[in-house]
Design a binder for this molecule. Structure first.
Ligand code: PLP
Length: 294
């Protein structure tokens, strides 16, 4: 059981005015298109000590996802206010917390065609306290590679995550903490992380295109590299050459910067988190807190 009230926000055809309710009382119809078709998009945002981190970038990405799948969410402009209210109602104003924001095309009888207007999209927002992934950040993680069987629009933060579910479970079954997707011989990203390599002092990461999610942490990391005058090349790392890298790490909202010490049981570098990764980890938090919105 959670030891905080766990109030969530729901606005759907069952709650047209929007409601803040304990999570266990929120009801979503089985006719919700998210349930039938994964017909929706989501966003994941965090706070540092009660302050929303890079909300502008997250909201931009959410709006981009909504537009790409043609969901017109009437209350998209209220999201910051909803999040702030949830922090208050859940007494999380001083904590590190994680927001899950999901919108679907709404509730209608099962039919692939868009439902007739004025079907109201469903909006659901929840918040949970988080603790830093200290173990992953300090010792680093092991990863596996898997074929990237996802669709061709990985830049959209779709709630259809079956390929990622299967990949992440394969990683766990192999005693690893993350799976990296490989498409046409190139590593695209992890199931919930972007990937960075280091070779001869140059930081490598996949360029932005339809094969990766444009991670907000990726933006922050690239800003940090610029500030530290570290050379970056936005070039994909091939699945064959990954073992020759000096260092490897992944980034995400909740993990921040996590070193990768082995791929498919083969060590990266000397099998320990690399020095540049350590440096970026240390500077990352500083940079985050310095650039947080108030
Ligand atoms: N790539 C994928 C597929 C993801 O699902 C995520 C986050 O959920 C990321 C990358 C990292 O994105 P962010 O840094 O915005 O958390």
């Amino acid at each position: 059981m959670n030891n905080y009230p766990d109030f969530c926000y729901i606005r759907s055809s069952d709650y047209p005015a929007g409601a803040i309710l304990p999570r266990t009382q929120v009801r979503i119809s089985p006719d919700d298109r998210g349930f039938y078709f994964a017909d929706g998009v989501y966003e994941a945002v965090r706070t540092y000590a009660g302050k929303l981190f890079r909300m502008t970038e997250h909201l931009q990405r959410f709006q981009r996802s909504l537009q790409a799948v043609r969901i017109n969410l009437p209350d998209r402009h209220n999201l910051k206010q909803i999040c702030t209210e949830l922090l208050q109602r859940n007494d999380l104003k001083e904590n590190d917390a994680f927001f899950y924001i999901q919108a679907t095309r709404g509730t209608a009888p099962r039919n692939l065609l868009f439902p007739a207007p004025p079907t109201l999209p469903t909006l659901y927002v929840s918040v949970t306290p988080i603790t830093p992934p200290v173990r992953e950040q300090s010792t680093g993680i092991r990863v596996i590679t898997v074929p990237d069987i996802r669709w061709q629009r990985c830049d959209i933060k779709s709630i259809g995550l079956l390929a990622s579910v299967l990949a992440r479970q394969s990683a766990a079954d192999a005693g690893a903490e993350e799976a990296l997707f490989v498409r046409n011989g190139l590593i695209t990203e992890g199931t919930h992380t972007n990937l960075f390599g280091v070779k001869d002092g140059i930081i490598l990461t996949h360029p932005l295109n339809n094969h990766i999610l444009p991670g907000v942490t990726r933006i922050v990391l690239l800003e940090l590299c610029q500030r530290l005058k570290l050379p970056v090349q936005e070039t994909a790392i091939s699945a064959d050459s990954v073992y020759e890298l000096d260092e490897l790490f992944v980034t995400s909202t909740t993990w921040e910067v996590v070193p990768v010490i082995a791929v498919n049981n083969r060590p990266i570098g000397n099998g320990q988190p690399g020095p540049l990764t350590r440096h970026l980890q240390a500077k990352f938090r500083e940079h985050c807190l310095a650039t947080i919105e108030h």
